[in-house]
Design a protein around this ligand. Sequence first.
Ligand code: SF4
Length: 394
Amino acid sequence: MNAKKKDPIKSLGIYCHVPFCVKKCAYCDFCSFSGQNSQTIADYFKALQQEIRSFALARFNSDVGDLAFPVVDTIYFGGGTPSSVSPEYIQKTMAVINEVFTVSEAAEKTIEINPGTLSASKAESYKAAGFNRVSVGLQVWQDELLKMLGRVHQQSDFIQCMEILRSVGFNNISVDVMYGLPGQKLEDLTATLAELMAFSPTHLSCYSLILEAGTPMTNLVKAGRLVLPSEDLEREMHWTIDRFLKAHGYSHYEISSYCRPGYESRHNLKYWEMVPYLGFGLGASGFYNGVRSVNTSDLKEYGRLIAAGKSPAKYEPPMSEGELMSEWMFLGLRKLNGIDDADFKKQFNRSFFAIYQEAIDSLLKAELLVQDGSVLRLTPKGQDFENQVSLAFF
Ligand code: SF4
C-alpha cells in the first residue's frame, strides 16, 4: 500500500504517542498507563499503524484529499515512555510513516527515553529506525528527589543511558530538567546542571513543576506532607538555570528551552510557530489546515474506533482568523527572540500593532514586552508573568 503523491511542497511534523510507562510518576497526569499486558501493547501499535495509514490514504490518496503532499521534516515519538516498549514496535511504526508519507532526508527524528528503560540493543534499534535525536527525562540528579517524584530511574541509570547513547552514535541529545519541586534546594538544582554539563547535551528543557489535580503529589502537597518551594525560590531557580546555561554556551530560545547554537528542537518550534503537525496515537493533538484536533484518550475506544475504520480524532471547528492571530501572538511570544510584525503581515496581511494596539501598549508600559523596531519580545519580567502576556491577546 502506498499513499504517496508526487510534488511535495509543504513542511509537516508528525507526533506519535506511546502511552505506556513502567510506573506512573507521582506528579504525572499525561496520557499514560503502567502495567499494561503485552497483548494490549501489541494491539495498540497495530491500531496506531492503522491510524497512520488510514489518515494518509484519506488525505493524500484520493480526489477529495489535499492537492499536494507535504514533506514531513520532523517526527517525534513521545509519551508515556516510548523506550518502555519493545523497539520493534517503534521501528515498525517508523517504517509505516516512511511508507505512507514523504519524509525529508534531513528530517529531525526524536524519541523520548526514560533512563531506566534503555538498553544498548534498544538504542541501536532506534538508530537503525532513523532516529537522530533523543530526549532523555532526567528531571533531577539527586536519587532522593527522583524517588520523591516516583521516577523509575536513579542517577546511575542516567549515566549508563548517556554512555549507551553516545556509544551508539547519538550526538543530538536533549535532557529534561525539573525545578520547583518539594524539598528541592537551590543547591540541588545547580548540582543537577553542573553534573549535566559533563554529558554535553545539545538541548535542555527545563520545566517548573505544575501540580495537576488528582495526582498523588498534589494530594500530598494538599495534605501538607510535601511542601513546595516559595514562589520567590521557584523564580530564583528559573533565573539560576538561565544564568548557568547561558554561561555554559546555551541560548535561551523558548521559555522552557535552551540549546547549543543550531540545536533548537525543530519539532517543538512547529508548535510555537503554528506550522502544521499531525498527532497519531492515544490523546495526540494535531494542527492541520487551520484546524486543531485531539484523539480520544480512552485506550479501549481508540482501539474500537480504529478497528471500525473510524478516525479517533475530534476536530475543532476551523479556527477563525481572529483565533489564529491570537494564537500566533501568544505562542510566538514564547520564543525569546520574539515575534516580527513582518512575519505577521505575511501571514495575515495586517499589522499586529494595529490589531492589538491596546494590549501591546499596556504590556510595553508594564515592561512585560519590549519593542525593537517591528519585533516584540518578552522582557525578563515578561518571562515571570508569561500567563499575563498570553491572556492579553485573547
Ligand atoms: S515517565 Fe513521563 S509519562 Fe510516564 S508516568 Fe512518568 S512523567 Fe508520566
